[in-house]
Structures are given as C-alpha cells and as structure tokens.
Design a binder for this molecule. Structure first.
Ligand code: SF4
Length: 319
C-alpha cells in the first residue's frame, strides 16, 4: 500500500453464521447471501479500501476518480508519492534477496533501482530526498531479522462480505505467534509521511481492518494485529482488533458502499452529479489531483508538487 497518508497508497470459505465464529476469527462472508441459494445472486460492490476512503473523504473526488468517463485529467505527480513508492519498492526488493545478502549496505542499491523521479522541485531536492530515504531504510532494515520470511510482500488479499467484494495489496504480511500461542498473520503497512502515527491511527484505519479480514481469509489464519511502520521516526503503531471491532469496520465499509451505489444509481437515473456527489472542501483540497476541475476546491490554495517533501526534509524533526 503506497503511502497515501500524506495530504493528497481468497477465498471465501464458510457459510457458518457470524454468531458461530470462534472469538479470534474475523467476520465471515455470508455465503447464502453471496450465492443466492434462494434467489438471484446478489451483486457485490467491487472495491478497494482506497476506493471507499475516496468517497468518505470527498464524494466529488470519488466521482472524478471512479464515475466520470473520460476521467478528468489529474494534476502533476506528487514528489511525496514518488518518495513513498520508492521506499516501498526498496522494501519489496529487500525480501527478494537471499537472507545472506539482507544487510543494510544493500539498501542503497535497492533504493536506486526503484527510485521514482517525478514531482521533485529540482535535482538538489531529489538528492536530499534520496539520502534521507536511504537513512530511513538502513535504519529500518538493520532491525529486521534477515532470516525472517514474510508470508506476503505486496500481496493481494481479498474477501467478500454480504455486499462487498473487497481486495487490496498489503505491503507485508507476517506470520507470528499470537497471544494465545497459536500462529496468526499480521498486516504491516509502511508509512513515509512526515507526521508520526500512534495506536489510534492503527485502530481507526478502515483499510488496515479490511486487509486484516482479507488476510485472514487468504491465509486461513486469525488476523487481529495491524501495524503501521513509520520509517522517518522508526516507530511502530499497532492495534489488536477483536472480532467485534473488525465487524464494525466491515459494517462501516458496507454502509459507505451502499451510499456509493445509491449515488451512482441516482446519477444513472438522471440526477445532477454535482448534487449527488457534493464536494467536501477543506485542507485536503490543496493536495487534490482534481482541484482544477472543482470550483469549490479551487478556492483553497494549491500546493506545489514537492511541498510535502520539502517540509519532510527541512521541517522540525525531519530525518
Ligand atoms: S478539490 Fe476538494 S472538494 Fe474538490 S474534489 Fe478535490 S477534495 Fe473534493
């Protein structure tokens, strides 16, 4: 999952009712509803966590991304997205190395091989960003066990619920021993934004919760723990979900999907898209790819493509 936190990153298996789920197992798909045993198959809303969050953040932005065709032309690429994707590329390649070559000195080669140049102000800023990202990486991989093999690296996981077919690509999925002594899988999400993260960020992330549900389906193991690994501050923000907290996140996602389906039907029925997908102007507008197409968002000053990176490299506490 490329880092989207900066202002702007299978198998259904049981018809067992949720109430019969063991206490450490995330909510299960309701197969009777999916397969339409007693009627027509229910059409599931196909989505990723980022698609759902796009609507939650701003219905107008969702419309630009997923409804309007042809899609409005986006603004220029963001340097912070390039930086985040470059670090993700290096960490993916790290696990392609044989364990004996997983040493911090390898980070420079990996970062260089996957470096993305888009969005920076100039070559000097890009060089500084590279050196900073290399510091983050060397520090991070020095604390990894070279012999540890994740069960998934940039692995697509997917699941279905009563109304959703959700899939996404998790940065990393580890298998570890859970609090009850049994193996479980853990969702790891790398973050490279300037701001540090805490347990509330991990707890409140709908994307991480949906990944946890999907990872549990995919690997057929409990998945309760989700972790945000913030490379600039070398910190980990973690949360242990319960079946109930995962259920709540799934229900929220289903409600968002229901709202989207209703809005899309409304537009298909002839209603005004500007009314049905209203703007949510705010601080994110300055970082929105579609700001130039949005009269309400255009009232907010736009940010330079390199602005977030500049703050990360020069602001207090920068790496
Ligand atoms: S500019 Fe702001 S209000 Fe307009 S689509 Fe983007 S985020 Fe939404």
């Amino acid at each position: 999952m490329p880092d989207s936190s900066l202002p702007a990153p299978v198998s259904p298996r049981s018809a067992t009712p949720r109430s019969a789920s063991p206490p450490t197992t995330p909510p299960r798909p309701r197969q009777d509803e999916q397969l339409g045993i007693f009627g027509e198959p229910r059409r599931l809303f196909v989505c990723t966590p980022s698609k759902l969050s796009a609507y939650t953040d701003c219905p107008r932005r969702y419309r630009f991304s997923y409804v309007d065709r042809p899609r409005p032309v986006k603004g220029p690429p963001w340097a912070h997205n390039s930086l985040g994707a470059s670090v993700h590329n290096a960490l993916r390649s790290w696990f392609d190395l044989p364990p004996g070559r997983r040493i911090p000195e390898a980070a420079a080669t990996l970062l260089k091989a996957g470096w993305i140049t888009d969005g920076y102000r100039d070559a000097a800023q890009q060089r500084l960003a590279f050196r900073t990202a290399l510091d983050w990486l060397e520090s991070y991989v020095a604390r990894l066990d070279p012999a540890a093999e994740p069960v998934g690296v940039e692995r697509t996981v997917a699941t279905t619920t009563a109304t959703l077919s959700v899939q996404g690509r998790a940065d990393r999925i580890d298998e570890r021993v859970g609090p009850d002594g049994r193996p479980e899988v853990v969702v790891v999400d790398y973050k490279t934004g300037r701001t540090g993260l805490d347990a509330d960020d991990a707890r409140g992330s709908q994307a991480l919760a949906l990944y946890a549900v999907a990872a549990s389906r995919t690997f057929r193991k409990p998945c309760r723990r989700v972790e945000l690994h913030h490379l600039p501050t070398a910190t980990i923000a973690a949360h242990e979900h319960t079946v109930e907290s995962l259920e709540r996140q799934v229900r929220r996602a289903e409600q968002t999907a229901a709202d989207i389906v209703a809005a899309e039907r409304s537009v298909a029925g002839g209603d005004d898209p500007d009314q049905v997908f209203p703007p949510s102007p705010g601080s994110l507008c300055g970082w929105c790819d579609y700001r130039r197409h949005c009269p309400e968002g255009s009232a907010t000053p736009g940010q330079e493509p390199w602005a977030a990176v500049e703050r990360a490299l020069t602001g207090p506490g920068s790496g």
